[in-house]
Design a protein around this ligand. Structure first.
Ligand SMILES: Cc1cc2nc3c(=O)[nH]c(=O)nc-3n(C[C@H](O)[C@H](O)[C@H](O)COP(=O)(O)OP(=O)(O)OC[C@H]3O[C@@H](n4cnc5c(N)ncnc54)[C@H](O)[C@@H]3O)c2cc1C
Length: 375
């Protein structure tokens, strides 16, 4: 079985050869990272978490977090596409068919989640969209509000109300494109502009009953048991990769930039050094929490779910704080594009409004600490 050290050289080649040179243009033009995803597919990195028996690398959430975090240091958009791919893949590993798993391992299948809806908004656990049996088929109708990789994913891991059973939701694997699916509007966001996180309407979309992932009515259990830990950990890894990039750019700028009349650099100013120290401290606290969350999940620790709730909120808020400080420390140079700091600042805003949002997580964490039920 491969370990992460076998994967890193290929990842570094893709980062320096494909991801980094395109990152600024991708952001400016809101282009999807087509070349990067193809290269990650060819290298086996899209199949990182697919079992070896299905042709994947058989690695776990710790490896996925390392890969996503490293990519986020150069391109937040590509990292978030990868984050959503590994989330969809986690459901497919647990409940999908072997052919789909083999396609992911071979780099032929890009996954994502189609959970958020215009009606229930960030409360992704409560879909209003429907699934209705029609002979051997299921008919889906939905107003999905955000789907990363909307035009580029091979299939969506899709939530709906149950077709017949009791329960909050059911998950399906919906091929893309499919008759009845339509992008409502192209994505033109503040940050993560290469994400293609577009709204999508489904009208009378027909899929086979066998496309169901898990049992009818059990979608909520898969969302909480599989998707939430994967998404919160990987979303935190994206936030912290963005923090690392902002800190490195800020330190480089502060040491290289001089007030020539005074014969000193920005880094010679104690105020500037204190800001950089606070950025590093904030990011490293969240990094430590991320490592502890992964350890808690791997060993089945009792506080694993509390850590899952905490880590996304902590990393998302750290990213906003760190990149805001980077904008201040780098001054007018950060306000322009050349340092890449303003891209990190814009990309960092997304995580706190991605469901479960930071404010919802604060509510959940408070409930958990008070011994109250989350739902
Ligand atoms: C870049 C990006 C990519 C995305 N990709 C995907 C994807 O691939 N798949 C997918 O399914 N979704 C995706 N989303 C959607 C995301 O998960 C959320 O559903 C969406 O951002 C919520 O926005 P909203 O305005 O609809 O939230 P709203 O629910 O309207 O929330 C607005 C505000 O109210 C707060 N709020 C809401 N409920 C509560 C509460 N109970 N307590 C306290 N405060 C609350 C929120 O924290 C937020 O600040 C993506 C979002 C972004 C920004």
């Amino acid at each position: 079985m491969a370990d992460l050290s076998n994967v890193l050289p290929a990842l570094e080649r893709i980062i320096t050869g494909v991801v980094e040179p395109r990152a600024a243009r991708l952001d400016a033009d809101a282009n999807f990272p087509v070349e990067a995803i193809a290269a990650l597919g060819e290298s086996g990195i899209l199949g990182l978490t697919i079992p070896v028996a299905d042709g994947g690398l058989g690695l776990g959430l710790d490896a996925a977090a390392a890969v996503v975090g490293r990519v986020a240091q150069v391109c937040g958009s590509t990292a978030m596409v990868l984050c959503m791919h590994y989330c969809g893949t986690a459901v497919i590993v647990a409940h999908g068919d072997a052919a789909t798993r083999r396609d992911i391992a071979a780099g032929r299948h890009l996954s994502t989640l189609a959970f958020s809806e215009a009606g229930s908004r960030s409360h992704f656990w409560a879909p209003l969209s429907t699934a209705r049996a029609s002979g051997e088929e299921i008919v889906l109708d939905a107003r999905k509000s955000w789907i990363t990789s909307a035009r580029h994913a091979t299939a969506f891991v899709w939530s709906s109300q149950p077709a017949a059973a009791e329960g909050f939701s059911t998950l399906w694997l919906v091929p893309n494109p499919r008759a009845g699916l339509a992008i409502v509007a192209p994505y033109n966001g503040l940050g993560l502009r290469g994400n293609d996180s577009a709204p999508l309407a489904a009208e009378g979309v027909r899929i086979p009953e066998s496309a169901r992932l898990g049992a009818d009515g059990k979608g909520f259990d898969l969302m909480m048991g599989i998707v939430l830990p994967t998404f919160n950990v990987l979303n935190a890894a994206v936030s912290l990769g963005i923090c690392d990039a902002a800190i490195a750019a800020t330190a480089a700028h502060a040491t290289a930039t001089r007030h020539e009349h005074a014969g000193s650099s920005l880094a010679d100013l104690p105020t500037i050094r204190a800001y950089i120290a606070r950025m590093k401290l904030r990011a490293d606290l969240a990094h430590t929490l991320l490592a502890d969350t992964i350890a808690a999940l791997a060993s089945g620790r009792a506080d694993g779910m509390l850590r899952v709730l905490q880590v996304k909120a902590a990393a998302a808020e750290a990213a906003i704080d760190v990149t805001t400080t980077a904008m201040r420390v780098c001054g007018g140079a950060a306000y322009r594009k050349e340092l890449g700091v303003e891209r990190a600042f814009r990309d960092a805003q997304a995580a706190s409004v991605m469901g479960p949002t930071t404010d919802v997580l604060y509510d959940f964490i408070g409930k958990a600490v008070c011994g109250l039920p989350l739902f």
